[in-house]
Design a binder for this molecule. Structure first.
Ligand SMILES: Nc1ncnc2c1ncn2[C@@H]1O[C@H](COP(=O)(O)OP(=O)(O)OP(=O)(O)O)[C@@H](O)[C@H]1O
Ligand SMILES: [Mg+2]
Length: 330
């Protein structure tokens, strides 16, 4: 999939908000791409734009989302329905809100499989049980007839993952799928996704605000800021040689074992809400290494080699020494 120059704006009472001004984002076949950034940076908007599930107040102003050679933005709603939930599927943060409380969880799963594979109800039911076993749910037959409230949060998220995989999609969008879970269950879900890689062919876009999570499972990482990708590269490159000061600051904010309490650095300020597009870099007000050029000219993405792209005039990701110890705030 290739996204190019995607602009999405919201009409609000306070005026227009530029939610996305995404110059370039590619998802390669079979990869896990980690999409990271602080709250409001545009991660969910990107996923919802791909699925064409944006709020009615949101307007796609321009751009292309090329999926398997075709522009999703040019598809009719009827065409999108055959893509959504089949070729492209999504797992949300809160599985309770996406499962219907009055039906057993197996109901939609069997329905999706029966529709997708055009098999008998019995065969679909067996496939559904196999899918629930694949996501390591104990007693899958019982889970099939359980109601959502009878399952734990982690189990519900496994059901959602089974559902998202049951149509054998080419692209799976996972929007903060572990954030609502406690830390132990988060780790189990991440391990599950690692294990599933051998069984599925789908590309996965894994959305999170946590770079530590991404380090474990992603092949590549894209860092978003104020509606655009400011850096993308292999996970190793991003972690060893961040090119953007924002990435470097996000890396510093990952807690490490043995770190003294109260020394976790914070990035001062917040992601701006863009009401009037500006000429310069949106990270300028918070950037510890800014230069005058950054205020007046938006950085173009530069290729640092091996598919490592950075949109920063400095491009070395080095922070001033007084930043490396953090500022003592938690
Ligand atoms: N309903 C809305 N009305 C107006 N603006 C919105 C709305 N939803 C999102 N936006 C704008 O779009 C931008 C991107 O939001 P998005 O939800 O994609 O962020 P995110 O990276 O997913 O954040 P989070 O980590 O909190 O999920 C926000 O900065 C916000 O200004
Ligand atoms: Mg979001």
């Amino acid at each position: 999939m290739q996204i190019r120059n995607l602009k999405v704006a919201f009409r609000t009472y306070g005026g227009r908000v530029q939610a996305l001004d995404l110059h370039r984002l590619d998802v390669r076949p079979g990869e896990i791409l980690g999409l990271v950034g602080e709250t409001g940076s545009g991660k969910s908007m990107t996923a919802l734009s791909i699925l064409r599930l944006l709020d009615r107040k949101a307007e796609v102003q321009s751009g292309e989302i090329i999926f398997q050679g075709e522009d999703l933005l040019k598809k009719t709603e009827v065409e999108m329905r055959t893509i959504r939930g089949r070729r492209i599927t999504m797992v949300f943060q809160d599985p309770m809100s996406s499962l219907n409380p009055v039906f057993p969880v197996g109901e939609p799963l069997v329905r999706i499989i029966a529709a997708h594979e055009k098999v008998s109800f019995r065969a679909a039911r067996q496939r559904a049980i196999d899918m629930l076993a694949l996501v390591r749910l104990p007693s899958p037959e019982k889970v099939l007839s359980a109601y959502p409230h009878e399952l734990s949060g982690g189990m519900r998220q496994r059901v959602m993952i089974a559902m998202a995989l049951s149509s054998n999609p080419d692209l799976l969008l996972a929007d903060e799928p572990t954030t609502a879970l406690d830390v132990t269950i988060q780790a189990q879900i991440l391990r599950l996704i690692e294990e599933l890689r051998a069984h599925i062919n789908a590309s996965i876009v894994f959305i999170t605000h946590n770079l530590g999570v991404v380090a474990r499972i992603a092949d590549r990482v894209a860092v978003m800021y104020a509606g655009d990708v400011v850096e993308i590269g292999s996970t190793a490159d991003i972690f060893r040689n961040p090119g953007h000061p924002y990435t470097a600051l996000l890396l510093q904010a990952i807690p490490r074992l043995g770190q003294k309490r109260g020394t976790l650095p914070v990035i001062e300020g917040t992601v701006p809400v863009v009401t009037h597009p500006q000429p310069g870099c949106y990270f300028y007000p918070r950037c510890p290494v800014r230069i005058e050029r950054c205020r007046v000219e938006r950085p173009e993405a530069k290729d640092l080699g091996d598919g490592h792209w950075v949109a920063c005039w400095k491009q070395d990701g080095r922070l001033p020494p007084d930043n490396s110890e953090g500022n003592g705030e938690v």
